[in-house]
Write a protein that binds this ligand. Structure first.
Ligand SMILES: [Zn+2]
Length: 436
């Protein structure tokens, strides 16, 4: 995360810095008002930057008024069950059974995992539980309500989407440059997808520069997830490249300054925000079989249950299980290319042979079924029935934008570009979100 607090940096700010920061603030505000699409998060609100004032704390927590209820926070222990927790908190087995039954199709108590947060809600400190709140991820909470008849509900937490910037210069590797600044690795994925047809990220070099503008979701002032990458800039020895997100009913993709697609017909990776744990290697030493076996795929490590996406439009040819591959999906994209996704925890609903899928669609979830040491996707790319290293393949660019669309696109481009141009890659902290 790019959140250098102004207090922790001992550098003094010149007047010029302050003016630059103020200019960027007004640009961000302009961006916010002029591009309503940036604010399409439904019920949530968008702020362009966090203020330094403490937010007014509401007395409603998970839908319970803290003036009338007591909430206690816990962490789910290993081999701990909801039934057992509730029984210890004064709930009868009959009611627990009714709750578990009610929960089956909404949020099954079996899906509750160790290490996650839960809360017990009581009317008073020593009374029985009147609800259990479970947090499966930072953006959602499940209410197991026991007040009258049992009720189970999944709720989305209120979040705020901030627009943030990141930038830097490559010293040894792009990963190194991101790590040095504590930036989210997910940004590398987003940038690589957005600039895939103009920049070869396989060969980044010392001195390359990048600048990014993107969204991040916050719950209770804590960052919980990345949103969309709105614009990217990359400079290397060959030139300067821009990539602008353009989205409406007809379009959803990244384009250069002239409205030409900067993405490829194939996404680079089947899992967002993942890291490559093992590359395509014809001479790899196999960690489980303890001998040299070629690795004809690229492994992307990600937590269990992370969505796996189709890297291009295609038709599913296989969705099945084998001992080595575990649960896997194979799909055909055109006459030349096929892709395959191994070790899935489970398939996405409706995924079966003969079904058409579109680029980016979730086809399954990360697991470790078959021959796998931990949760990852072994991603295999087939060209004319032979397995290839997709990171070295030169794919055709995505479809071009309609000429009639250009005037509208230019408006968006100018906005994002003027903002990107304000960022100094060597002074990233100047524009860090907290300092605006
Ligand atoms: Zn693999």
């Amino acid at each position: 995360m790019n959140q250098n607090s102004p207090n922790t940096k001992g550098k003094s700010r010149s007047m010029i810095d302050i003016i630059a920061a103020l200019t960027v603030t007004s640009l961000l505000i302009a961006l916010y008002y002029l591009i309503p699409k940036l604010a399409n998060d439904g019920e949530s609100t968008i702020t362009v930057a966090h203020t330094h004032d403490a937010p007014i704390k509401s007395s409603i927590k998970f839908g319970f008024n803290t003036e009338n209820y007591v909430l206690e926070a816990y962490e789910m222990a290993k081999n701990q069950f909801v039934g057992e927790i509730l029984f210890k908190n004064g709930i009868s087995y009959t009611k627990i059974a009714a709750l578990e039954n009610e929960a089956t199709d909404i949020f099954n108590v079996r899906k509750i995992r160790a290490g996650k947060n839960y809360h017990i809600v009581r009317k008073d400190s020593c009374g029985p539980a009147c609800a259990l709140i479970y947090e499966p991820d930072p953006l959602h909470y499940v209410v197991y309500d026991l007040r009258d008849s049992v009720e189970v509900k999944i709720n989305e937490r209120e979040f705020v989407t901030c627009i943030e910037t990141a930038s830097g210069r490559v010293e040894s590797s792009l990963w190194g440059a991101m790590t040095a600044q504590n930036l989210d690795f997910g940004l590398v994925d987003l940038m690589e997808d957005a600039l895939a047809s103009s920049v070869d990220f396989y060969r980044t070099q010392y001195g390359d520069e990048f600048k990014l503008i993107y969204e991040r979701k916050y719950v209770d002032d804590k960052p919980v997830s990345l949103g969309r990458l709105l614009g990217a800039y990359y400079k290397n020895e060959y030139g300067e490249y821009y990539s602008i997100l353009y989205e409406n009913d007809k379009y959803e993709g990244y384009y250069d300054g002239e409205g030409r697609p900067t993405q490829k017909a194939f996404l680079r990776s089947p899992v967002r925000f993942s890291r490559i744990s093992s590359r395509f290697n014809r001479r790899r030493f196999h960690p489980i079989k303890k001998r040299r076996i070629p690795h004809l795929g690229t492994d992307y490590a990600a937590p269990y249950g992370t969505p796996i996406r189709a890297v291009a439009d295609g038709v599913i040819t296989k969705a099945t299980y084998t001992r080595n591959n575990g649960k896997y999906v194979k799909m055909k994209h055109d006459r030349t290319y096929e892709t395959q996704y191994l070790h899935m925890q489970k398939f996405a609903a409706g995924i079966r042979p003969g079904i058409k899928v579109s680029q980016g669609q979730t086809i399954g979830f990360v697991g470790s079924t078959g021959l796998a040491t931990g949760p990852h996707v072994c991603f295999r790319f087939w060209k004319n029935k032979k397995q290839i290293n997709h990171l070295r393949e030169n794919f055709p660019p995505a479809d071009p934008m309609d000429e009639a669309e250009l005037p509208a696109f230019y408006k968006q481009r100018n906005m994002i570009r003027s903002f990107l141009d304000m960022i100094d890659p060597l002074e990233p902290e100047l524009l860090a979100k907290n300092q605006l």
